[in-house]
Design a protein around this ligand. Sequence first.
Ligand code: NAD
Length: 395
Amino acid sequence: MEGPGFRQLGMDRMAGLVYSTGHIHFIEKGQRMDGKIIKVGIAGQGRSGYDIHARWLRTVPQQFQIVAVADLLPERRAQAKAEFGCRVYKTYEEMLKAGGFDLFVNATPSFLHPKAAIKGLQAGYHTVCEKPSAVKLSDFDKMLDAADESRKILAPFQNSRFQPAFIKIQEILASGVIGPLVNARLSYSGFARRWDWQTRQEMWGGNINNTGPHPLDMAVVLFGARPLEVYAKLASGPNSFGDADDFALVVLHGKNAPTIEVSVSSNLAYPLGDMFNLSGTCGGITGNFKSLKWRHFDPAKAPKQKLMPSWSDKRAYNSEVLPWVEENWTCEIPDVFQTISKGFYDCIYNAIVNKGKLVVTHEQVRRQVFVLEECHRQNPLPKLAAKKAALKKKA
Ligand SMILES: NC(=O)c1ccc[n+]([C@@H]2O[C@H](COP(=O)([O-])OP(=O)(O)OC[C@H]3O[C@@H](n4cnc5c(N)ncnc54)[C@H](O)[C@@H]3O)[C@@H](O)[C@H]2O)c1
């Protein structure tokens, strides 16, 4: 497997599990889930560390136990101590040094991801790393090297991979009914102003680093292991109070490959259509997290046509009735976010306890990091003072 965004990786990093929306189980048949309780140390108790990771982990005491937490904020440490009865530390470094756990969950702010993940692996812990794992290939490769050297698992937290709607999309594509994929549009856009750290370049904020890793992960899966080219446009407007992008349009394309468009704009007052829109040669899929519909026709049942040898017939355009079939799917799962976290953590549990394979492979994440690096390389944005001066001049 060659091309941009790839390096040779061992076979154990190449495969993923087969999974389906029928029964959301990410564990290979015959694997035992009982017995070992994995002790966890979580760094960061924000929207991710508390609301996603701890929210799930505290519900599965037969698999995981939160034994340590690190956070800069005393009130978040106090809350963790009270709710999980765990040890608490101010920084992730202090928590790593104290140890006493098997799995390090790196839910620190984005710019700390490579540094903290490498420290976690070097300290001898399996490591879950929040997205974006890195925004430069050189950083991600250092993370892979640290995992190799420590012989510990590095599991990038690409939770959208376990999104039931995306799993359903992959099932429909694999069934072949819509034919080979020609184009996919993944729109994670809307209208929102933002003024938190996620709008600052120096903290690796911005739409493409923050929201982007969700649709980009899907885009990488849909694109497949083909030579990849990237077109990217980023912009930072007045609705981002920092200097990072609040408009991102990224196109993954290549020879004999589908064209995958990802948009993450905070300037979209009216939707352009559904969140997901995929076109194949025999049909298409459209929808969102809650529901999907897809229409397709069987070319064998379509009227037989031949290339016309001459000009238009009676000045009319080609017209025919295709035997369309339409199907639909609705997500019946009450708490999708917890189901997504279950998918990820069942998989990491299986990887640690049974040496099972990770669904999210390193080479897929490496491709995503390649795309992120390309986005920034193609679009150097002005830093805060220059951006403010430019906006003032415009006004
Ligand atoms: N996968 C997802 O769906 C998802 C959702 C939200 C956030 N995230 C990711 O999670 C990461 C954190 O984002 P957030 O929204 O939780 O941020 P947040 O602002 O809500 O919380 C960040 C927390 O990190 C703590 N922190 C900062 N430096 C630290 C250090 N050195 N040691 C220990 N703790 C430290 C802060 O005190 C704070 O409590 C980001 O990289 C973001 O991309 C992922």
